[in-house]
Write a protein that binds this ligand. Sequence first.
Ligand code: HEM
Length: 268
Amino acid sequence: MTAAEFRVNPYESFHRLRRISPIIRSYANQGWMVTGYEQAQDVPRDSRFNNDIHWNWFFLTILRVGMGGKPIPFVDHPTLLSFDPPDHTRLRKLLSPGFVNSYIQSLAPRIEQLTDDLLEGSGDSFDLIQTIAKPLPALVIAGMLGVPVRDRALFQTWSDDLTGATILGRPDLLRKASDAETAMRSYLTNLLESKKGDQDFISILLDAHEAGDRLTHEELLGTCVLLLSAGHETTTRLIGNGLYSLLTHPEQMQLLRDVPTLLDSAVE
Ligand code: HEM
């Protein structure tokens, strides 16, 4: 199977791996590949595993060679994605107000309004990805973080480029991701200087940084880069793949129309 075929349908490979074992040692990166549902829940809670790639000198060396001197995105400037406890626990606690249900629910009216605005004038037939799935997450995240909406195109492009950091067989994309990370850090450094006294999410983190030892400057920047980039492509694809699944399973679409209270589990 080629990489392109895998991207179109990864599930066959996942099934095959799961049949061999739900957890497999990968010799390509000296890490673990977890495809079992229970194991995927257990491994992150098991302190015998760690998240910090700096322990994996083999993988780190391969990445370093591919980068040609540029910083390895999400590694040389670490984020929550590569922290282990106790640092992960401390940072996660600082972010938790942004992810509690009551706060997310309070965003709902604005998200509905934004969706209506984006749909206005689109008629019966429109491109879901360009009309809704791409702009909506960017607008919502900009609002949450207090990033000027007029800069949306900038951070959307950086976020798309940063996603290239997950395609490990393409050093050119890794280097592009590194450039995007550098640009984003410099944009956020300027933004942080203008934020004193604001009430948004980045300002809350900034206060924690200024209050003392709870958040270093490096952690503050890394967390802002992660927050500004993590929700774009993920949510765009959730919307696209979610609707695609419903269109290819019309009986489920009908069920959802008949029983709208199923919406929560449909989104899950
Ligand atoms: C459907 C949409 C989303 C999906 C499928 C998704 C998926 C994921 C996954 C798989 C991870 C774990 C990555 C790892 O540890 O290797 C993760 C972590 C994270 N995501 Fe998302 N994400 C989505 C939306 C968002 C949004 C909207 C935000 C913020 C605005 C966000 C912020 C984060 C953060 C901060 C982490 C790190 C959490 C931690 O380590 O404690 N994500 N996401």
